[in-house]
Design a protein around this ligand. Structure first.
Ligand code: ATR
Length: 285
């Protein structure tokens, strides 16, 4: 038999743990759907091996890779460059091999925004509350800070962390930090509320960060959690008349934006969503 072995382009996701990641299903399906000779593999990389892993991927000519917990910030010094938004957020979830240089991007915040735009196309003049001040909140806050909102407030258990996040942001936006008690009190003032903590994630599905009892008419409640598909937080919001969006959209769109950066093609997000839901074994809310 003649002919050489087909050399597939390698894509990857690095994390610790990594076994639960749904990205390989989602991305490998796209590569085969678009007839691209590429493969996307999960790698379990401990923090002490992160630099070696990055060097190794660069040496074998990786097309690009995703980075997940706990490496999103620690990877930055090992890259050749970083884009402005990712640098300001201080976290990278997508790396692109650009002519031999590994460049870091953050598609978590933009992915959230793109998913949100499907139900809320324009944030101009909107009053927005983010619950939580961790890594996910940071990516979302920095992204939404450029969207001409009227307010972009943060409620967090630890107020200093919310204040720190607001002060770190280089984009000018009207913001204040508040406690969960204040958030419960003023919930009815907001057009959009985004839950970014892991409270309510399986198996502790009956927990929620704040009680929901006053909801503005036509307001939108988002939760970045997708397991369960409808958290207690979203359930209460829906029962109070709000429109709701779960974390599937953010997950799918951050992957779609990564795929676009690697291949130049913005993929079929409905296909991605169906694939993820199949993996989760449920249906969207
Ligand atoms: P991630 O990077 O995934 O966002 P993180 O940086 O650990 O995770 O942030 C978790 C967020 O969930 C924080 O806002 C955290 O609040 P604190 O800043 O006060 O720690 C919030 N959080 C986690 N567990 C919580 C709990 N039991 N009650 C209230 N907030 C909680």
């Amino acid at each position: 038999m003649g002919g050489g072995i087909l050399v597939k382009k390698l894509y990857a996701v690095l994390g610790d743990p990594i076994g639960h990641s749904m990205s390989p299903f989602m991305l490998n399906d796209l590569f085969s759907f678009y007839n691209m000779d590429s493969v996307y593999l999960p790698f379990h990389v401990k923090s002490e091996n992160l630099q070696d892993a990055v060097k190794g991927l660069k040496a074998v000519g990786v097309g690009g890779f995703n980075v997940t917990v706990p490496h999103k910030s620690n990877i930055i010094p090992f890259l050749d460059g970083i884009d402005e938004l990712a640098e300001n957020i201080g976290a990278v979830n997508t790396v692109v091999n650009e002519n031999g240089q590994l460049i870091g991007y953050n598609t978590d915040g933009p992915g959230f925004l793109k998913g949100l735009n499907a139900i809320l196309p324009n944030l101009t003049g909107q009053k927005v509350l983010i619950i939580g001040a961790g890594g996910a909140a940071r990516a979302i806050y920095f992204t939404l800070a450029k969207e001409n909102t009227q307010r972009l407030d943060i409620a967090n258990r630890t107020m200093d962390r919310a204040i720190g996040l607001i002060n770190d942001c280089p984009y000018s936006v009207d913001s204040r930090a508040c406690s969960f008690e204040e958030a419960i009190e003023s919930l009815g003032e907001y057009d959009l509320i985004i839950q970014t903590t892991l409270i309510g994630m399986s198996p502790k599905i009956y927990e929620q960060p704040i009680a929901i009892n006053n909801v503005r008419n036509q307001s939108v409640f988002c939760d970045i959690i997708y397991n369960p598909l409808e958290t207690q937080f979203l359930k209460d919001a829906r029962q109070n008349g709000a429109r709701i969006q779960n974390g599937i959209d953010m997950f799918v769109y951050q992957g779609a934006l990564a795929f676009e950066k690697w291949t130049g093609l913005f993929p079929d997000v409905e296909r991605m969503r169906d694939n993820v839901l199949k993996q989760l074994g449920g249906k969207t809310c």
